[in-house]
Each structure stands twice: as structure tokens, then as C-alpha cells.
Ligand binder design. Structure first.
Ligand code: SF4
Length: 366
């Protein structure tokens, strides 16, 4: 590796971090000692995957108040855990966190990086980040931010992830020299606040040493990944109410939506192909929105239908007392419809032809 020695190159980061570090609730005051609460580090690292710091802070505080220890989380039921995660998205993280807590509550914290990496949901990055920040192990934690910073600093051509093994070897002595927790968090902080996709090199403590800056190539290092065009779809999101009950899909036990209750949905194209029953339209109770997911965009049209009587729900659907709705964990899209239902002044449309609606919906939802 023809790269300059990491302990020297990264030396300005430690004092810079000491000056600018944000006061975040999971950050320990003493960066030279093991963290007093490794569980707080684990919670923060899982919450911060895919989610901005500003969003995570209130969730983190509520989570620690609700589940202050791995034991408390291990003993909580799934609905309670999902409810506490509601709004953060990527709910698999909540299930991983609970599974990790069950393991830690039963067997204690692993004693090495390999053991940490075997906890549910901890890939190489999270295991290394928790190892460095919680336990002061010199484990290089390379996430998207770190790859971007190091690629620019060292002028790495192409995808820097391909050089992950070399970068870990290169970085380890710097962690030893400047403190695993301090340097790991300093690199994270630099990537989040200064060496962002559009870098603010004028404020960077590494500017004098940065090869991409010297080559005036910060805009092209690292190269932007090609994004597949998101798939487009259009659905009706249906809150069907009858006799004080609402119809919802019970949570799946596995997959991306495991643990979450969901409103029934109808593909817009399916509804258009139905023979309209008299009085079936208009049914749109509120303006719709576009729900953006990682690989797709969904045009959502929310409906609130009031029926006179409940019908036999198809398999997987349950009639839930309306009063219980607020206690159920829902994904972000479905929370929006729940919020619309709860907004004062909203007048749900009366279904003028309940029998036709029941027929249409029972067919579509079956
Ligand atoms: S000088 Fe600019 S490109 Fe280089 S590490 Fe600093 S912020 Fe990033």
C-alpha cells in the first residue's frame, strides 16, 4: 500500500473532534475509557443505520427510558418493541436489537469482535463500531461515510469498498495511536458534517493532506453509485370501519414487514377494472401522497370507508377495536392514514351503497 502512515495522516482528527464533537446522548464523556453503557452504543448504532442523527436522538432517548437495559428489552413483547420503533423505518433493526438483547441478557457481552459480529443484525461495520466505541477495541469500522472520507484522503480510484481489507489494515494502527473510540467517532463526524457528498474542504482538519483535494477531484472521488430507476406503483390504502372496528392485516412473522400491522391495500389498476357499483365513487377521502422506498415509489390514495356491518374478513385480516389502533405498531405509510383518521375535523365519507362496497372490498381483499 503506497499510502502515507495512518497515525500521522489522521493525527489532526483527534484534536479537531475534541473541539467540534456534537453532544449526542449516546456519546461518553471520557473517550479513553470503555463506554459505561455498551447497550446504549449498540442501540445508537442500529438506530443510526439508514437514519439521520436528528431523527434518532428523540427515539434513542425514549428507547433508553423504556428499555434501559438489555434485560428490559429482552423481556418486552414484540408489539411493544415495534411500537417504540414506529416511525424509524427498517423495522428489521428493532427485531435484531431485541434478539441481540436476548443474547446479551442471557450470556453477557461477547469478549471479542468475532463474538460481537455473531450477535443478530451486527454486520462487520456495526460489530467494529460497537467494539471500538463501547469496548475500545482497535476495530476499523468502515461505513459509507468512512469509505468516502478515506477514498478522498487517499485518492482511491473506483469503488473504495473493494479496498476494504487494505483500508482496515491501514487504519488499525491509527486507532491504537489515537484511541479506538475517539478516532472512530471522529471519522464518522467528519463524514457526516464536513466530508459530506459535497465536501466543505475549507473546514476540514485533513485538508492539507487530502490527495483528492490536491488533485481537485473531490467531486468525482468516490464515484457515485448507479441507482436503478425506482419501480412505480399506485395503490388505495383502505381504512374500513364497521361497528367500531377497523380492518387490518395482522403482522407477518418474517420478512421486511414482520411485526407491523398494515391497512389493506388495493392496486389502483384492480379497482379501475371493477364494474363500478352505484354510489361506489367518490371514495377518496383525502389527497394522496407519494411514498418513497429504497427501490420503489408508491402513489398512495387513502380511503376511509364506513360500512354498516362487519363482513367475514379474509385470511390474514382482523377486525380490531378502533380504540386499540393507537397501540398497534404500523409502518410509516400506514401511520399516515392512522393520523388522518385521528385528525379532528376530518369527515369520513359515508358509504352510500354499503352492500356494493362490501362486495367489492371483500372480493378485492380476499
Ligand atoms: S479536504 Fe475535503 S475531500 Fe478531503 S477529506 Fe477534507 S472534506 Fe473530504
Amino acid at each position: 500500500m503506497p499510502w502515507p502512515a495512518a497515525p500521522d495522516l489522521l493525527a489532526p482528527l483527534a484534536p479537531w473532534f475534541g473541539r467540534v464533537r456534537r453532544d449526542l446522548p449516546w456519546r461518553a464523556t471520557d473517550l479513553d475509557a470503555p463506554h459505561p453503557d455498551p447497550y446504549a452504543v449498540l442501540v445508537s448504532e442500529l438506530m443510526l443505520q439508514q437514519t439521520q442523527v436528528a431523527t434518532v436522538v428523540p427515539y434513542f432517548n425514549r428507547w433508553l427510558a423504556r428499555f434501559p437495559t438489555p434485560q428490559a428489552l429482552a423481556e418486552a413483547d414484540e408489539d411493544t418493541v415495534h411500537k417504540a420503533w414506529e416511525g424509524l423505518g427498517y423495522y428489521r433493526r428493532a427485531r435484531f436489537l431485541k434478539a441481540a438483547a436476548v443474547s446479551v441478557a442471557a450470556e453477557g457481552w461477547p469478549g471479542d469482535l468475532e463474538g460481537l459480529a455473531q450477535l443478530p443484525g451486527l454486520g462487520p461495520y456495526t460489530a467494529a463500531a460497537v467494539g471500538a466505541i463501547a469496548f475500545q477495541w482497535p476495530a476499523p469500522a468502515l461505513d459509507g461515510n468512512a469509505f468516502r472520507v478515506l477514498a478522498r484522503l487517499l485518492l482511491i480510484e473506483g469503488d473504495p469498498k473493494i479496498r476494504a481489507a487494505d483500508l482496515r489494515t491501514w487504519l488499525a494502527p491509527a486507532l491504537e495511536a489515537h484511541g479506538p473510540s475517539r478516532l472512530t467517532q471522529a471519522i464518522m463526524e467528519l463524514g457526516a458534517t464536513v466530508c459530506a457528498p459535497t465536501p466543505a474542504c475549507g473546514a476540514c482538519p485533513l485538508a492539507d493532506a487530502c490527495a483528492a483535494r490536491q488533485a481537485e477531484r473531490t467531486g468525482e472521488i468516490p464515484p457515485a453509485g448507479k441507482r436503478a430507476k425506482p419501480k412505480e406503483s399506485a395503490i388505495w390504502l383502505v381504512a374500513m370501519e364497521a361497528e367500531g372496528y377497523l380492518l387490518l392485516h395482522a403482522p407477518a412473522t418474517s420478512g421486511l414487514l414482520a411485526g407491523l400491522w398494515r391497512w389493506p391495500t388495493i392496486e389502483a389498476s384492480e379497482l379501475a377494472s371493477q364494474t363500478p357499483a352505484p354510489g361506489l365513487v367518490p371514495m377518496l377521502a383525502w389527497p394522496g401522497w407519494t411514498q418513497v422506498y429504497t427501490h420503489r415509489r408508491e402513489a398512495v390514495s387513502p380511503l376511509h370507508l364506513r360500512l354498516g356491518t362487519r363482513f367475514q374478513a379474509a385470511e390474514g385480516l382482523r377486525w380490531i377495536p378502533a380504540a386499540d389502533l393507537s397501540a398497534l405498531p404500523l409502518g410509516q405509510r400506514d401511520q399516515r392514514l392512522r393520523d388522518l383518521l385521528a385528525t379532528p375535523g376530518q369527515t369520513p365519507l359515508e358509504a352510500p351503497d354499503p352492500a356494493a362496497l362490501i362486495r367489492a372490498c371483500a372480493t378485492l381483499l380476499g
